[in-house]
Design a protein around this ligand. Structure first.
Ligand code: KG4
Ligand code: ZN
Length: 348
């Protein structure tokens, strides 16, 4: 079984091909960084046009890399949401067109399910597992029981973790995208220099809050000498912020682990996914937590944590294996919560 995946929900135009032996035959990711950099963030209209310009070439490149023709595929999968709707429409419509001309099944994939299932592609993780999904738009802890079966243990009540990284990076003048820039700056920093709050720490449950962190960093930054930041101040600010995020992720995940263990009869597998899980310092915090709590940890390699189409192809393959497919009238959805995936799938 071999499936082509297409991803266009944010600022990466991506195409990839995977098979059911978990082999990645091609994984092409074209980042639109240069197009959006002058605006300090992703501009939806620019993203949609860039996807339109590039999706055909990127997909052709994936097929060429794999040495395959459309006719060799078993299905075409494309992200159908959630995301910037213009881009989602471009990728989903292109995927449907390829399915139509080749007579192959089409799969409309929830981008979040792509992140959620990546660890099954990279590490063959078995159900059930506890998932920490941390990306630019989402921050949640989910019990993953099976394909389309997600139970929420907690979620952010305001900003997503990646959003916090992006906003802090902007505040510190570190540029876009913020996560990798903050991680680089933090490497030379002293995480103990500034007292940054740990929102929700010690509270019951597994919800998150990140908006106060950004405000705290702004207040600290305002007390520093005016003008450009000294490089050590910048590093210390970035490190203090990153350590606070790490402490919060660990504390919330620990509560979710204990609840997960109870609900799933001692199952103890933990997966982190999404762009923020590419952060090496946060990965270390989570590894320590798993060691303490006796959970087995799987985190995809950084390039499969950030947006890619391998995860879309894989989610498509998992659904195809269960005999599922979607009609060419499957809608593009700007919002599509993961714990509703099951209901949406059944309705389809
Ligand atoms: O999963 P992703 O590529 O796209 C979404 O689905 O949102 O996640 C993007 C987010 C951005 O907010 C970005 O700043 C963050 O992930 N990110 C990171 C790192 N790399 C990407 N955050 C912290 N450290 C990183 N190394
Ligand atoms: Zn994503």
């Amino acid at each position: 079984m071999i499936v082509l995946g297409i991803e266009t929900s944010c600022d990466e135009t991506a195409a990839a091909i995977v098979d059911d032996a978990r082999t990645l035959h091609a994984n092409v990711v074209l980042s639109q960084l240069a197009e959006h950099a002058p605006y300090g963030g992703v501009v939806p209209e620019i993203a949609a046009r860039a996807h339109l310009d590039h999706v055909e070439r990127v997909t052709g490149e994936a097929l060429a890399t794999a040495g395959l023709a459309l006719g060799d595929l078993d299905a075409v999968a494309a992200t159908a949401g959630p995301g910037l709707i213009g881009g989602v429409i471009v990728g989903a419509t292109f995927g449907k067109s390829l399915a139509l001309v080749s007579g192959k099944p089409f799969l409309a994939i929830n981008h979040l399910e792509g992140h959620a299932l990546t660890a099954r592609l990279t590490d063959a993780v078995e159900f059930p597992y506890l998932l920490l999904l941390v990306s630019g738009g989402h921050c949640q802890l989910l019990g993953v029981e099976g394909i389309g079966r997600y139970q929420r243990f907690g979620a952010t009540i305001d900003d997503a973790a990646g959003e916090a990284f992006d906003k802090v990076a902007k505040l510190l003048g570190l540029g876009f995208p913020g996560g990798p820039a903050v991680e680089r700056a933090a490497a030379a920093g002293d995480a103990g220099r500034f007292a940054v709050p740990r929102p929700m720490l010690g509270r019951a449950g597994a919800d998150f809050s990140f908006s106060g962190l950004k405000t705290a960093i702004r207040h600290i930054a305002e007390k520093l000498p005016p003008g450009p930041f000294a490089s050590q101040d910048l590093a210390d600010l970035a490190a203090s912020f990153q350590a606070a995020v790490g402490d919060v992720l660990v504390d919330r995940s620990r509560n979710a682990m204990r609840a997960f263990r109870k609900r799933y009869k001692d199952a103890a597998r933990f997966v982190a996914a999404g762009g923020v899980a590419a952060n090496l310092s946060l990965r270390r915090c989570l590894a320590d937590l798993c060691a303490e709590e006796g959970f087995a940890l799987a985190v995809p390699p950084p390039h499969l944590c950030t947006d890619n189409a391998a995860m879309i192809a894989w989610a498509g393959l998992e659904r195809l294996r269960l005999g599922q497919s979607d009609g060419l009238d499957a809608p593009a959805r700007p919002r599509w919560p993961l714990d509703e995936t099951e209901a949406a799938g059944r309705a389809a």
